[in-house]
Design a protein around this ligand. Sequence first.
Ligand code: ZN
Ligand code: ZN
Length: 212
Amino acid sequence: MANISHHIPEALLVSYVGGTLPRPFAMVIAAHVSICEECRANLAAHETVGGALMDAFEPISVSDDLRNNVLAQLDDAFTPEPVRPRGDETYPAPVLEALGSKPPRWRSLGPGAKQCILESGKSGSVRLLYIAPGYAVPDHTHGGLELTLVLQGAFKDETGRFGRGDLEVADDDLEHTPIAEDGDPCICLAATDAPLKFSSFVPRLLQPMFRI
Ligand code: ZN
Ligand code: ZN
């Protein structure tokens, strides 16, 4: 069981439940939920509250039996399902689906870093990032929102340490340099809604080529 300390912020969970989150971000949230029991329970609670609000708009009289039955089912919704990793220990089900259950096709991003773009469109893009131990993702800021979920290994940046299952939420206020820890290579699922802005000259030149 992953020891997760960085979870889905409430506002993102609410957008996810409401179906208003762009697809690239929704995939990262779904991937986190599939490996985090705490957020899965929180999500179930939100879905139940959403359902209860819907019910409030259409008052109908029901028998006590039916009412108790429905209430008992609502209680059930709070019970998190056991974690069932599918396929392998690294890639959660939503990622495996996007990969078509095939291994990622990595493309080099320079020394120690590779990426595999899963989806890229108007609403943003979502990719797998591979960072070799001790290497960094080039220093950058964000034109919009960036969600990064660690699937293997760990990285550290200016805001803290992120291991398997941890979710980092970055926006245009944050300039950071994630560095992979020693040990396993760090593999992340990262979604962005605007191109990253690199602070140094060379990565900025490479940016159109890598669509990062
Ligand atoms: Zn969580
Ligand atoms: Zn970033």
